[in-house]
Design a binder for this molecule. Structure first.
Ligand SMILES: Cc1cc2nc3c(=O)[nH]c(=O)nc-3n(C[C@H](O)[C@H](O)[C@H](O)COP(=O)(O)O)c2cc1C
Length: 219
């Protein structure tokens, strides 16, 4: 029974591009069979609070005597980590906000990246090793090689660092560029390019959902 954990973080509840692309992934996932389930968490509508204490960064057995975590925050941290560990595949809608990720998504990361629980520290524990995670990064401008703002994208590298390098997950990145082309008059000549970027992203998530959501072949 493949289970998808689907996270969205766009603050746009009407015309979000990342939400539309993650929804397509989720639809394809569901279409693959009645056993394909989805746990949905909307980090914008129900944002995790900022970490109330730095103690939360550490597994309980790694905290100093002065580091005390509030029980309700610990309960949320356990819920978020359990949800992540039990998923077979993770899908994250990650719009670019001020060259970075939304603070709601950053707060979620602060809860789930925990030395001694999800990343190795005093033991080799790494429960997310190899788990596929699909990141849908929507951005108003474009940041690819050869573009004027190449190097200013601090969304994808950050997510690859924490999800891939630290947590050991298998990260797939789908970008949608130039989402502001229809809104900003100066970007009007880029509208066709924006449409191509969205079409490519829709095609990419359809392929990824089909591949990652397929039931393992019987042996
Ligand atoms: C608070 C805020 C900050 C933004 N900052 C940037 C930015 O730094 N660079 C950029 O290219 N687009 C920026 N945008 C545009 C969004 O990245 C773009 O609208 C994207 O499509 C948002 O994802 P969504 O459509 O899923 O909401 C910003 C939008 C908002 C609301």
């Amino acid at each position: 029974m493949p289970q998808l954990l689907h996270l969205d973080s766009s603050a746009d509840l009407d015309s979000s591009v990342s939400r539309s692309v993650t929804a397509l992934f989720s639809d394809v996932w569901h279409s693959l069979g009645a056993d394909n389930s989805v746990i949905y968490r909307d980090l914008h509508r129900t944002p995790p609070p900022h970490l109330p204490s730095a103690a939360m960064h550490w597994a309980p057995h790694l905290r100093t005597p002065n580091e005390v975590a509030p029980p309700e925050a610990e309960a949320l941290q356990k819920e978020l980590i359990d949800e992540l560990v039990s998923a077979d595949v993770v899908l994250i809608g990650a719009p670019m906000y001020n060259w970075s990720i939304p603070s709601t998504l950053k707060a979620w990361i602060d809860y789930i990246h925990v030395p001694g629980i999800t990343v190795p520290f005093d033991s080799p524990t790494r429960p997310l090793e190899g788990k596929p995670v699909v990141v849908v990064s929507s951005r108003g401008n474009q940041y690819g090689p050869g573009t004027p703002d190449f190097g200013a994208d601090h969304t994808v590298a950050q997510l690859q660092q924490v999800l891939g390098v630290a947590l050991g997950m298998e990260v797939f990145v789908v970008t949608v560029d130039l989402t502001l082309a229809n809104r900003v008059p100066a970007m009007a000549p880029l509208v066709p390019q924006a449409a191509n970027s969205l079409a490519d992203a829709r095609s990419a998530v359809t392929g990824l959902a089909t591949r990652l959501g397929a039931a393992p072949a019987a042996s």
